[in-house]
Design a protein around this ligand. Structure first.
Ligand code: ATP
Ligand code: MG
Length: 742
């Protein structure tokens, strides 16, 4: 067996896991211990040893990016036709199944997927149509309620309601379902629930898939929710004679979706229900240097109720974690950029560098700084390509071609570009649709007068588009849409529309890539049914796409993402910014013990993404949601042993941390241009005779508040360098500038 080259290089536990006989297994192991690698290798091993054909395998990954990586690794290990292989996210796999059995699932053939922004606007539209007081039933809360009901597998009639408020909410859930059904759209949670119901109710389809999938492999199992686990059990035929072999891998310390209903208890249930005899543990970490791993272990040790794991590494301890205290968020971003420049200069590839943050809103300042410095970057998650306004407009037209009764798409573009359809006409149209239980498209017949005329023109355009696109290839179709809808012309005349036009053109590329790519081949290769039509396949791809295909793919770029979307990934260098109380741990979490523990797991995920170098930073103040906030540094700093950290800024406000200057073995931060990296060679650590010191907060009549970051000279020649945040970093002669201690 060992002669199989696939297996060389695995450690003993990994080898054991990869070569397990066809039985269900649970691998419980910490970050970077090779869980994903084991899963991929097992796939290759099962196929190459002829135990199963690609057709008999279903693998669930956490993101589309992970699925693609797995497929790429697999085909590198083992040249093969991956067509019959089902690898994807829960949502992607359910979509695939529903496309194949739309009729049995009670869906229109060309059903469209609502992403969360679409879903919110659909709910807002519903509340408006029903004249619901949105103070009492805020759309966002209703959306949350509906989604969590669905994630628990509950339809409206199954939700318990004991008072008027709860009953009304359930009624709205029901109305929302009716609206979606009428419009032929499904939201993310519905994909899963609908697919689960399909398997549950349709015995032949269930039997078909149970026979087909002999091996089911699930990565990041700790983050599955109740419904996903039930779906897996159905598909695996739990308890039936021909039960599939399910291999689940996970790490309870990385469970970070409990707020979305993920159940770490699924791991225990899995062990019991699938009769797992021995849980395999992997304890050697292959990813990170010792100091990084020690920091991660130290942080997570503060959580209670862990399943308990030990991680060790053969790699040396490496350098200490680099800690930076910034004056404000802008200065933090500037410092990050300076460090990145130095790293790139020293040979680090851009895509080996990741900037992580707790909340999406934090990316803007970083993006701005990177952009100004001309450093290519890519944002994962957040405002991804397919979520940009102009792109969504174009997609809405395409959705109307696929299905004119899609009211969400209809509402989005009925008056965009403006074509004189006023709010009054739209209201009339909505009322008519409501009264006659029809879509907006179908309600035209009930309109009269001016409204009938203006809306009629739009509906004519929709029909014309459909007609013009008939028989066209997908990219040509996009071109037609951009022209006939007037979108391109519209953005061409807009003052800052160039980028938007470029994005519109990028959809043509995306469409061309899509049909030539594995993605579509995977969907189209569904053997039981005729291939789905490329338009609706592309549209669901756009809804599910997690931003991996942003513009200029292929160019090496610094990677920006939330900690949540960094799960499973690894980078040579990681910057974890905004480590402030209220931000990370997030303010919503600190009051509940569970909440705080989830934040800590998130911090564990963040730390363990780094291979060689980890930067941790925080800012004394930052603009967030239009307000300046003054935060304390995160409690997580107190949980990391001081000797693992090297402070790049003076310990002025970092009292109690002996980090500054204490790790003399470590070279100074590489950025010579960085005003606040205090190397050992720094001559003048303080301005003694003037009474000012480095790290001190000062005020200046013109530039406002700042902090002294450097100093030189003495007496009448004394100068200090002050960071004034938005006003920049300036050298001031103390004899001239009127600086006062703040
Ligand atoms: P996470 O919990 O973050 O998802 P993981 O347990 O899935 O981590 P992997 O991503 O599979 O870990 O592996 C981490 C790194 O270690 C990868 O770069 C992988 O290639 C490498 N690795 C895993 N096992 C070995 C091994 N036996 N020899 C060398 N490198 C290994
Ligand atoms: Mg992994």
């Amino acid at each position: 067996m060992t002669s199989n080259p696939l297996l060389s290089g695995l450690n003993e536990q990994q080898f054991q896991a990869v070569t397990l006989p066809a039985q269900s297994a649970l691998i419980l192991a910490g970050a970077g211990s090779g869980k994903t690698r084991v899963l991929t290798t097992r796939l290759a091993w099962l196929i190459s040893t002829g135990q199963v054909s690609p057709h008999g395998i279903l693998a669930v990954t956490f993101t589309n990016k992970a699925a693609k990586e797995m497929l790429a690794r697999l085909t590198a290990m083992l040249p093969m036709n991956a067509r019959g292989l089902w690898i994807g996210t829960f949502h992607g796999l359910c979509n695939r199944m529903l496309r194949a059995h739309w009729k049995e699932a009670g869906l229109p053939q060309l059903f469209q997927i609502l992403d969360s922004a679409d879903q919110l606007s659909a709910i807002k539209r519903l509340l408006k149509a029903l004249n619901i007081d949105d103070e009492k039933f805020p759309a966002r809360e209703l959306m949350y309620f509906i989604n969590s009901a669905k994630e628990q597998g509950l339809r409206p009639h199954e939700v318990e309601a004991f008072d008027d408020f709860a009953r009304k909410r359930v009624e709205l859930y029901q109305a929302y379902e009716a609206q979606c059904q009428r419009e032929g759209v499904v939201d993310f949670a519905e994909l899963l629930l609908r697919c689960h119901e399909l398997l549950q109710r349709n015995e032949p389809i269930r039997a078909h898939y149970q026979r087909r999938f002999r091996h089911i492999l699930v990565d990041e199992f700790q983050d599955t929710n109740v419904l996903q686990y039930r779906w897996l059990k159905l598909l695996a035929g739990l308890g039936t004679d021909g039960q599939a072999a399910v291999m689940a891998v996970g790490d309870d310390d990385q469970s970070i979706y409990r707020f979305r209903g993920a159940e770490v208890g699924n791991m225990r249930d899995f062990e019991r229900e699938f009769h797992v005899d021995n849980v395999i543990r992997l304890e050697q970490n292959y990813r990170s240097h010792g100091n990084i791993l020690d920091a991660a272990n130290a942080v997570i040790r503060h959580n209670s109720g862990r399943l308990g794991k030990n991680l060790w590494t053969e790699a040396g301890s490496g350098e200490p974690l680099r800690v930076y205290e910034a004056f404000n968020d802008i200065e933090e971003a500037r410092w990050v950029v300076e460090e990145i420049k130095a790293l790139i200069h020293d040979g680090t590839a851009r895509d080996d560098i990741a900037l992580l943050y707790r909340s999406n809103a934090q990316s803007r300042v970083l993006e701005h700084a990177l952009f100004s410095a001309g450093i290519p970057y890519r944002v994962y998650g957040g405002l991804r390509f397919f979520e940009r306004q102009e792109v969504k407009h174009a997609l809405a037209y395409m959705r109307l071609i696929a299905n004119p009764h899609d009211d969400t798409a209809f509402t989005r573009v009925v008056n965009f570009p403006t074509r004189g359809i006023g709010a009054r006409s739209l209201e009339q149209l909505q009322d008519a649709a409501q009264a006659h239980s029809t879509s907006l498209y179908g309600a035209l017949n009930f309109l009269t007068g001016k409204a009938a005329q203006s809306v009629g023109a739009f509906i004519k355009l929709v029909d014309q588009l459909r007609f013009a696109c008939e028989g066209l290839k997908l990219p040509e179709m996009v071109e037609q849409v951009l022209e006939l809808s007037g979108l391109r012309a519209h953005y061409l005349t807009e003052k800052e529309g160039q980028e938007r036009v470029a994005n519109l053109d990028e959809i043509i590329n995306a469409a061309a890539n899509f049909i030539s790519e594995e993605g579509y081949a995977q969907v189209a290769a569904e053997d039981e049914t005729a291939p789905p039509d490329p338009l609706s396949a592309f549209l669901s791809h756009a809804s599910l796409e997690a931003g991996e295909h942003q513009a200029d793919a292929g160019q090496a770029a610094v990677q920006l993402m939330t900690v949540h979307s960094a799960k499973g990934l690894e980078f040579d260098v990681v910057f974890m910014g905004g480590l402030e109380e209220g931000l990370f741990p997030h303010e919503n979490s600190v009051l509940e013990r569970d909440g705080l523990e989830e934040e800590r797991r998130l911090m564990y995920v963040a730390i363990t993404r780094a291979r060689h170098r980890l930067y941790l930073s925080f800012a004394q103040s930052r603009m967030l949601h239009g307000q300046t906030r003054y935060n304390l540094r995160s409690r997580f700093f107190d949980e990391i042993p001081a000797e693992l950290m090297k402070w790049l800024t003076p310990p002025a406000s970092a009292r109690g941390y002996g980090g500054f200057g204490s790790s003399s073995a470590v070279p100074a931060a590489p950025a010579s241009s960085n005003p606040r990296s205090f190397g050992s060679g720094r001559k003048n650590p303080a301005v003694n005779d003037s009474g000012f010191r480095i790290g001190q907060q000062v005020a200046h009549a013109k530039f406002g508040a700042g902090v002294i970051v450097n100093a030189e000279g003495s007496g009448s020649d004394a100068r200090v360098q002050v960071n004034f945040g938005a006003h920049g970093v300036k050298w001031l002669a103390l004899a001239v500038a009127k600086l006062t201690p703040a």
